[in-house]
Design a protein around this ligand. Structure first.
Ligand SMILES: NC(=O)c1ccc[n+]([C@@H]2O[C@H](COP(=O)([O-])OP(=O)(O)OC[C@H]3O[C@@H](n4cnc5c(N)ncnc54)[C@H](OP(=O)(O)O)[C@@H]3O)[C@@H](O)[C@H]2O)c1
Length: 267
């Protein structure tokens, strides 16, 4: 398969969920996949090469990318490493909010900081960031998760403008509820005695239900495969018609209306 960036990809967060589905999909489409995570899965496919990489560790990312370069490098990086915290905006401990950004935001930046120079030298490359519908439409009790995805959204737009002159492209995939390990990996951050505890638990139970009954991970993975075939990919792709509609409505409706609807659903 001929693509604008070659057919070699680094996928972070490839041991589970969207990253794992993407690794399988790209491999099936003839790509060589460097499948990275903190605990990479054994691979029985010659085209899926496991890489141990903790995106919060400079040393780990440096070593992982050095190994990938030794093997010939990649033309596409897909950032699926991530997790979510839940808790009230007011009383989530700083350490939990920082840890959230350390993986979802700084983890993405760190991997790009090591990978993009090689792509720039080769004159082409694509970085696909993992956003979320929550990054356009913040949810109650998900403020810090939503903020980490908002941050990735604006980072992507800037990176995109800066990298273009060097043949680099950047874009963002925004899944809605997707059935993955994300739900069980969610970290609850409700300090003892929080006045928000009961409401938060109810809202998160509803979100967990929606995720568990959400789209299969192959859906966002397919969106990523499509983007990797485009020489001029769009800045962001929202996965699924209902979510496209929700984001459009959010943009068009007066803010108070959106707030009342979302507050009614989860507040
Ligand atoms: N599921 C949803 O409803 C949904 C919706 C919108 C956006 N997203 C986003 O999609 C991305 C993928 O999530 P998912 O749903 O596929 O969840 P998942 O099944 O829990 O997968 C998360 C992946 O991230 C890896 N990971 C976590 N911390 C890491 C770290 N410090 N360094 C390296 N890898 C790390 C995990 O592997 P190890 O533990 O082995 O490292 C795992 O492979 C996340 O950014 C998430 O925010 C998910």
């Amino acid at each position: 398969m001929k693509t604008p960036y070659g057919n070699r990809i680094l996928i972070t967060g490839a041991s589970s969920g969207i990253g794992r589905a993407a690794a399988e999909l790209f491999a099936a489409a003839g790509w060589t996949v460097f499948a990275a995570s903190r605990s990479p899965r054994e691979s029985d496919s010659a085209s899926v090469l496991p890489v141990t990489m903790d995106v919060t560790s400079e040393e780990s990312v440096r070593a992982g990318v050095a190994y990938i370069e030794e093997k010939g490098g990649v033309g596409v990086v897909l950032h699926c490493a991530g997790y979510g915290i839940a808790g009230a905006a007011e009383d989530t401990p700083d350490a939990d909010a920082r840890a959230q950004f350390e993986v979802n935001y700084f983890g993405t930046l760190r991997v790009n900081r090591f990978v993009l120079p090689h792509m720039r030298e080769r004159g082409r490359g694509l970085a696909i960031m993992m956003g979320s519908v929550a990054g356009r439409l913040p949810l109650p009790y998900q403020s810090h998760y939503s903020a980490s995805k908002y941050a990735i959204d604006s980072y992507t737009e800037s990176l995109r403008m800066e990298g273009r002159q060097f043949g680099l492209r950047a874009c963002l995939v925004e899944p809605g509820d997707t059935a993955t390990g994300f739900t069980s990996a969610r970290k609850m951050c409700t300090p003892e005695g929080s006045p928000y505890a009961d409401m938060c638990a109810r809202a998160v139970a509803r979100m967990a239900h929606d995720e568990e009954h959400g789209a299969p991970a192959s859906k966002p993975a397919a969106a990523c495969l499509k983007l990797a075939g485009q020489s001029n990919p769009p800045v962001r792709v929202t996965v699924g018609l209902p979510y496209k509609m929700v984001i459009t409505l959010h943009r068009l409706l007066p803010a108070r209306w959106s707030e009342a609807i979302l507050g009614g659903l989860y507040g």
